[in-house]
Write a protein that binds this ligand. Structure first.
Ligand code: BGC
Length: 722
């Protein structure tokens, strides 16, 4: 562990500006004493859609120095603003498997928000978790593995809050698909709820997250934003969440029920037409006539201004000058040097899936490259031609919806490649549409054709090429399979490289069926630094080190019975068995497994050591065992290896996944260098949720684990007894 990480673990780095909840609550309570009911209600009710500069705005209370709070999307950058950075999306940050880098991305996000005067930034995303491969918003979060999601949520929240902005962990829970998202009920058993969907939010609370956003859907029959079990019991009592819960935008359906079941802030306060106010004057009346206890209103306010005090936003906080509704202009340029972090995340989240005959890295020393496909260039209609990125023209940098931002600029793949080979003798031939004849012509003319395809999705309020948020299939858009086929045929005898930008799993069998497709590069959702990061990897300036944060199956059927539900109930029959847990259980060999990714160098794993705790830890998050191993770079170039630990519960546990990710550590190594990967297992990581006892239980017996390069590439095995 580096010194930086050690300090981080101790909470020393970055958090200096964040007060503890006790201090923040004390300040909030004394401010609260001077407020009228009307003023309190103004703090808990948004002023209405488009009525303030941000996507959510509250009423100010000047006498306590409280401004109108600015709530702004989103998880990969600041929506509706100019002069910001378009970072790689959550799923791409997840693919780096690099906690330190994800922390730095969080810091950069938070710095930009603070500089714009945003008090609460609406991210990161831990739900949708991503159980459905076609789920429209799975790219906003980091991965469909709850443990990994929790770790990345923690890093992002700590980073954002260290920079002074309140983070918002969204959306608990069960908004796994866009279809019928405001009417469907996600019905899940209690164990699945705890072990999968609540898990990332539990980790968010550990990172001291200041706010959460309840989801649109119902959970076990009751809307999330008026769900006593979800908000009062699980989030606030069990997890001891001290911050506030805001509704997703118009996810509130009642005045009284929402208030007493734990909702703290109504957003945006009216419907999109300015009507139907559940709180505001209605809540004033309900509190005055005793229907909603005044103590509940006080609790809402204490939580909301508690977050504001906690982040010390009461002193010298910038004021909002940008306006979401007039093109996002008016604010300062807040990019600083963040393009560097954006590029690093973009680069380190690229996953090399296939590299036969080591055709990558390319040598920019003559010859010719063909860059083929509409996904290689900027949208010809303009960088931000489609509102909220609601189209699929040009190269894919992020999905669409509230989680998108305006690109400040874009280094598209063609530009990145051209920049990289400029000054060399390498000739770049282009065919930048998806026209197959033109593609074949370019492929025939070049020594090395690179063909780009993509797959896009987003939020339900926009439909793109027949995809109403959720994807209609796991194939590339624009007949990308046909495009690759045309290129492969025209390039007979020559190696073809395929680059994929995608929101989540895409089926690759058609692409891989062409023997001359020798390299496949998963370039994810890279944001503004798409082409520069891709060129870094294609030309070997850096060895690829990303790994898949989900499984790529050979067919849609491989994923099992998790699909977009057409009825108004999703009964979550698959339980714990999503993604690799399903593949493991059913004995299905994926095309590329969870955690998989190639490098230009190679790594050796050795010297496994296990140190179980000498006595049973007391706290759920205390350490139960520490596992370490040595990783040596035995190849020719510098590289980084994301080592992974998968734990199997002892046979005394009830029916459980074959293995579950419970640790990962990315080690950066020069050629010949050795380093240590460390996995700290917490008591919870070795537990299951016992429904009858309503407790996390450590099953007695022998725990087996493997440490490896992916969920299937097992290098070392060990065990310990509890
Ligand atoms: C989304 C949220 C977002 C909100 C505000 C909703 O449609 O579900 O994630 O934060 O809008 O834009």
């Amino acid at each position: 562990m580096s010194r930086f990480l050690a300090l981080l673990a101790l909470g020393v780095v970055g958090d200096a500006a964040v007060l503890d909840w006790t201090t923040a609550y004390a300040k909030a309570s004394s401010a609260l004493a001077s407020l009228t009911v009307e003023e309190k209600v103004g703090i808990v009710t948004g002023i209405g859609w488009t009525k303030g500069p941000c996507v959510g705005n509250t009423s100010p209370v000047p006498k306590i120095g409280l401004p109108s709070l600015c709530l702004q999307d989103g998880p990969l950058g600041i929506r509706f603003a100019q002069g910001i950075t378009a970072f790689p999306a959550g799923i791409h940050a997840g693919a780096t498997w690099d906690k330190d880098l994800v922390y730095q991305r969080g810091v950069a996000l938070g710095e930009e928000s603070k500089a714009l005067g945003i008090h609460i930034q609406l991210g990161p995303v831990g739900g949708a978790l991503g159980k459905i491969p076609e789920g429209g918003r799975i790219w906003e979060g980091f991965t469909n593995d709850p443990y990994m999601s929790g770790q990345m949520m923690q890093q992002t929240i700590k980073g954002m809050q260290s920079a002074g902005v309140q983070a918002c962990a969204k959306h608990p829970i069960g908004n796994e698909q866009e279809k019928n998202r405001e009417t469907i009920s996600s019905n899940m058993d209690d164990r699945t709820l705890h072990e999968l969907y609540m898990w990332p939010f539990a980790d968010s609370v550990l990172a001291d997250v200041a706010s959460m956003m309840c989801s649109y859907n119902k959970v076990n029959g009751t809307w999330a934003c008026e769900n006593d079990k979800l908000m009062n019991l699980l989030l606030k009592d069990d997890l001891d969440f001290k911050g506030f819960i805001m509704s997703d935008w118009n996810a509130q359906h009642s005045s009284v029920q929402a208030a007493i079941t734990g909702l703290d802030m109504s957003m945006p306060g009216t419907d999109y037409n300015g009507g139907s106010i559940f709180w505001g004057p209605t809540l004033v009346e309900l509190v005055k006539n005793g229907t909603v206890p005044s103590t509940r209103l006080d609790d809402m306010v204490k939580r909301i201004i508690g977050g504001w005090y906690k982040l010390q936003q009461d002193t010298n906080y910038p004021t909002v000058t940008f306006n979401s509704w007039t093109g996002g202009t008016g604010g300062p340029n807040v990019q600083g040097s963040h393009s560097q972090i954006a590029r690093q995340v973009a680069r380190d989240g690229i996953v090399l899936l296939k590299n036969d005959n080591k055709i990558l890295p390319l040598k920019p020393n003559g010859g010719s490259i063909a860059v083929i496909g509409s996904d290689a260039v900027t949208n010809p209609d303009g960088l931000n031609a489609c509102k909220d990125k609601g189209c699929n023209n040009g190269t894919l940098t992020m999905g669409w919806g509230s989680g998108s931002v305006e690109l400040p600029y874009l280094i598209d793949p063609l530009t990145g490649i051209r920049n990289r080979v400029s000054g060399s003798a390498t000739n770049v031939i282009t065919s930048t549409t998806d026209d197959k004849n033109a593609a074949a012509g370019a492929a025939a003319a070049a020594a090395t054709p690179i063909v780009f395809v993509n797959s896009n999705s987003g939020e339900a309020y926009i439909t793109v090429e027949g995809n109403a948020g959720d994807r209609i299939n796991l194939d590339p858009y624009h007949d990308g399979n046909g495009l690759v086929g045309a290129v492969a045929a025209a390039a007979a005898g020559k190696p073809v490289i395929v680059v994929i930008h995608s929101v989540g799993p895409m089926l690759l069998e058609s692409i891989l069926s062409h023997p001359n497709v020798q390299a496949v590069v998963w370039a994810g959702l890279p944001g503004q630094e798409s082409g520069s990061s891709l060129a870094d990897v294609l030309f070997g300036d850096i060895s690829p080190s990303g790994k898949l944060p989900f499984t790529i199956g050979k067919s849609r059927a491989d994923y099992g019975d998790v699909g977009i539900e057409n009825s108004l109930v999703d009964s979550y029959e698959e339980g714990l068995y999503i993604d690799y847990k399903h593949f493991d259980k059913m004995g299905i060999t994926p095309r590329y497994e969870f955690g998989y990714g190639l490098s230009y160098t190679s790594f050796q794993y050795s010297a496994l050591s296990v140190q179980p705790a000498t006595s049973m830890p007391v706290g759920l998050y205390d350490t139960i065992a520490v596992v370490t191993c040595t990783i040596t770079n035995v190849g020719p170039v510098a590289g980084a290896e994301a080592a992974q630990l998968y734990l199997s519960l002892p046979p005394s546990a009830p029916d459980s996944p074959v293995q579950q990710l419970r640790g990962f550590d990315k080690v950066k190594l020069a050629p010949g260098q050795a380093g240590t990967a460390t996995f700290i297992l917490r008591k919870k990581d070795a537990s299951y949720w016992d429904v009858a006892r309503q407790q996390w239980i450590i099953p007695p017996g022998e725990y087996r684990f493997v440490v490896g390069a992916s969920s299937r590439d097992r290098k070392l095995a060990g065990g310990f007894v509890v």
